[in-house]
Design a binder for this molecule. Sequence first.
Ligand SMILES: [Zn+2]
Length: 194
Amino acid sequence: MCEIKQLLEKNRKWSEATTANNPDFFQSLARQQSPRYLWIGCSDSRVPANQILDLPPGDVFVHRNVANLVVHTDFNCLSVLQYAVDVLKVEHIIVCGHYGCGGVDAALQNNSLGLIDNWLGHIRDLVHKYKADLSGLSAHEKAAKLCEINVLEQASNVKRNSIVREALGRGQKLQIHSWIYSLKDGLLKDLASQ
Ligand SMILES: [Zn+2]
């Protein structure tokens, strides 16, 4: 764990090393961003978009919240989506969940955690909706299955969103992906291709 002063020192060294490797790196990025990907992922500190994809700054537009939810009335997520699609014209929207998601686990339990219980209510709705698919599974299997269901449902929310539908309607190139990440081996899996 780094102290705050160490973080600033690490940043300085990273900036120096990056500039040494590519002297024009920051100047060209400062002029404009043109990412091809929008990443909608979990806030979990173990699932950082750029590092997982091995992509440098400038390549991914990122929105993260607890349990990678796309809620129809969440103006934070919708604003990111609209800007990414209409202004940045990203070509891919990646909804990425992860196994071992604390938000999904919490939704399966009935413990009260405070305000976040309301946010997790969206996942509890999925527990109810997919009761038959989840029944008969062990606790571990159920949590993993719900992580997958959650990704597919959130990607479905992206597809049904008016911003995305309008973009596709006017012929804009846009693909939506449902991915899940394993904390155990650092690998991504495409759920839609299964
Ligand atoms: Zn998570």
